[in-house]
Design a protein around this ligand. Structure first.
Ligand SMILES: [Fe+2]
Ligand SMILES: [Fe+2]
Length: 292
């Protein structure tokens, strides 16, 4: 359970893969934090050297990263929905958020594990995100313990890894859709959730969500940074690429209303926000057309 992780200077990509495949949730979170701390302790030159070394880690399609036997994963429609007026309802919410953060650790580590020949700053950014997600997970996990619950006590969403599988063939598609669609959705839903928790005088939970929300703006900004970088490298028009990628099932993840203020702060352009709105409408019309 506590097998050692390779030192990052020996083989950074293997060290990342080992944390990605580690099943124990709290250990995975803490190791993600440690990876970034160790990475930060290296000089620029040492980081570049670490990435230039051949790695024993080979990129494969990952049907599933390391995860514990519990929580059991079920279709979202089978998850009990409870209001935030009761402690049990708030625990259920915190449990589902812990599951999202656990998955976010995996997504951030996978961004490093899977896409090679990238700038040193790309690795630094995604290790930072994995570390933040580890901290978010630990905040929620400890908060659940404090309320005599734990991560794994309830069922959780299946399907959070789907978008990873659908975007694992190309860094451009991954950057376009995971941070900018999945993570960005957190920016829309967090502020009203924080208000509801405050209305219930659950100040501790509200404070955890506020901390997560502030960090998530920076994660979406990192997604935007690297999406634009890859577009520039390939000589592509970002807004047009984004529109193309959203044509089809990826638009199922779009749900208004959008938090324009936070999204613009995270680096979305107004043109891209219009693309998002257009594609959501187009998708809804298509789905309605199929049902009528
Ligand atoms: Fe997070
Ligand atoms: Fe995040």
């Amino acid at each position: 359970m506590t097998e050692p992780v390779s030192p990052i200077t020996d083989d950074i990509l293997l060290a990342v893969e080992q944390v990605l495949m580690h099943a124990h949730p709290q250990e995975k979170a803490q190791r993600s934090i440690a990876l970034y701390t160790n990475w930060q302790a290296l000089s620029e030159l040492q980081r570049a050297d670490a990435l230039a070394k051949p790695s024993a880690s080979k990129v494969i399609k990952l049907k599933e990263p390391g995860r514990p036997a519990k929580p059991a994963l079920v279709d979202a429609k089978h998850l009990a929905r409870r209001g935030l007026g009761s402690l049990a309802g708030r625990i259920a919410l915190l449990h589902s958020l812990a599951h999202i953060e656990f998955n976010a650790i995996n997504l951030a580590l996978d961004a490093v594990y899977r896409f090679r020949d990238v700038p040193v700053d790309y690795v630094s950014d995604w290790l930072k995100v994995a570390s933040d997600e580890g901290e978010h997970f630990m905040l929620l996990s400890n908060h659940l313990l404090h309320h005599n619950s734990y991560y794994g006590e309830h069922n959780a969403h299946t399907g959070l890894w789907d978008m990873a599988l659908r975007t694992d063939h190309d860094i451009l598609v991954r950057m376009a859709l995971v941070p900018r669609i999945l993570e960005a959705r957190g920016l829309d839903v967090a502020p009203p959730m924080i208000k509801k928790l405050e209305a219930q005088k659950d100040i501790d939970s509200a404070a955890i969500l506020q901390r997560i929300y502030t960090d998530e703006i920076t994660h979406v900004a990192i997604g935007n940074r690297w999406f634009r970088y890859v577009c520039e490298q390939r000589g592509l028009d970002g807004a047009a690429v984004f529109r193309d990628l959203l044509a089809g099932p990826s638009s199922a993840y779009l749900r208004s209303p959008y938090n324009d203020e936070a999204r613009l702060q995270a680096g979305f352009t107004r043109e891209e926000m219009q693309v998002i709105r257009d594609m959501e409408n187009e998708y809804r019309e298509t789905v309605q057309g199929q049902h009528s």
